[in-house]
Write a protein that binds this ligand. Structure first.
Ligand SMILES: *Cc1c(COP(=O)(O)O)cnc(C)c1O
Length: 368
């Protein structure tokens, strides 16, 4: 039987092969490989698709977070609030600015940042060093952004949305990434829209800050060879930009296929003893991950692996329990429990309905 993978970027290439091959050839023959017309076009198309004022392509999703925070003036001495059930990248980007991450717990059902807990924490701490909040729109579902924006306004916080898993997720009819002052995206190959290499972007509604990111991504140059700011090289190259344009044109259709697959899973899987994904009112899910929960996570994962069904665990160890960022004094009960129970069933547009039925059958067989 064929192996079912948790993600399959090669299948995404094959599904769009003619367009991607033509884009690659166009760039190769153009003689222009860095900061050229493909990136300009992608930045415009991405902003138009999202509903933001502008986009700046950068090297990857981690630097997108870091550069967005740096552009907002976040640095040493500052604190930035985020969650601990995220990829290390979110936190390593905060630390890279010189700021200190502060963790808030998550909601038990959506596994997204607990905004009531955040409000309580901010009110109690009254810490003027807390300058920003980085909501992580995990698995394909966005944080309650209208409520977060209200809260951030009251506590005077800069909002930088980590949208690496939420390409197209809606809150109240508006896309994730169009709410905060700035937002970051990753186009890592396995994301809902991926490059075939590394790529990322900063986007948002604040044009002045986006212009600052634009300088920071290339040595702080406003004019060639003259740095206005201390910057770096974090460019998104023409080849990846041209490929991303092909993939952007297909993204809504691919998200729709993910939605269909999630619907098949939801109809086929038992509500108990599994916990199925919960979608909050007024939000859509783009199913970057289809995450179920069970205390028997490791056993279920091993059972499925034996049947050639490969599942991911996002994320097995919360950031505050990882050696590099360990904080023994911090307890985040909902986060810790989620990390012990979550399992991502395979979900990507290359799966057939039969594949999905096979996964559901094996999950049910495990629970007997
Ligand atoms: C993938 C991801 C990132 C990092 O993106 P890279 O392009 O790998 O640097 C950041 N945050 C989240 C939530 C992600 O899923």
């Amino acid at each position: 039987m064929q192996k079912i993978l948790p993600a399959d970027p090669r299948a995404s290439y094959l599904a769009a092969q003619a367009g991607i091959d033509a884009a690659i050839k166009r760039v190769m023959l153009s003689g222009h490989y860095i900061l050229g017309p493909e990136l300009d076009a992608f930045e415009q198309e991405f902003s138009a698709w999202l509903g933001t004022a502008g986009t700046v392509g950068v090297a990857n999703g981690t630097e997108a977070i870091e550069l967005a925070l740096l552009a907002a003036g976040i640095g040493p001495g500052d604190k930035v609030v985020t969650v601990a059930n995220t990829v290390t990248a979110t936190v390593s980007a905060i630390v890279a600015t010189g700021a200190k991450p502060v963790f808030v717990d998550i909601e038990a059902d959506t596994m997204l940042m607990d905004l009531a807990a955040l409000d309580t924490m901010l009110t109690k701490l009254r810490d003027p060093k807390i300058k920003a909040v980085v909501p992580v729109h995990l698995y394909g579902q966005a944080v309650d952004m209208p409520r977060l924006m209200e809260l951030a306004g009251r506590h005077n916080l800069f909002v930088m949305e980590d949208c690496a898993q939420a390409h197209g997720s809606l809150v109240g009819g508006k896309k994730a990434g169009a709410w905060g002052q700035l937002a970051s995206f990753s186009f890592y190959p396995t994301k809902n829209i991926g490059a075939f290499g590394d790529a990322g972007a900063v986007t948002g509604r604040d044009l002045a800050l986006l212009e600052k990111v634009r300088l920071l991504r290339q040595y702080g140059w406003r004019k060639r060879y003259v740095s206005d700011h201390h910057g770096r090289n974090s460019r998104l190259d023409e080849l990846q930009a041209a490929i991303l344009r092909v993939r952007l044109a297909r993204l809504d259709a691919e998200n729709q296929r993910r939605h269909e697959i999630a619907g098949l899973y939801l109809a086929a899987l038992p509500e108990a003893p599994l916990r199925l994904p919960v979608i909050a009112a007024d939000r859509t899910h783009t199913w970057h991950q289809f995450v179920v929960r069970t205390p028997k996570r490791d056993e279920l994962q091993a059972h499925l692996a034996k049947k050639d069904i490969v599942c991911g665990v996002l994320y097995p160890v919360p950031i505050h329990r990882q050696p590099a960022y360990h904080d023994a004094s911090l307890s985040l009960p909902q986060t810790e429990q989620a990390c012990a129970e979550v399992l991502s069933l395979p979900l990507h547009p290359g799966l057939t309905n039969d594949d999905v039925a096979r996964v559901a059958r094996e999950v049910k067989a495990f629970f007997g």
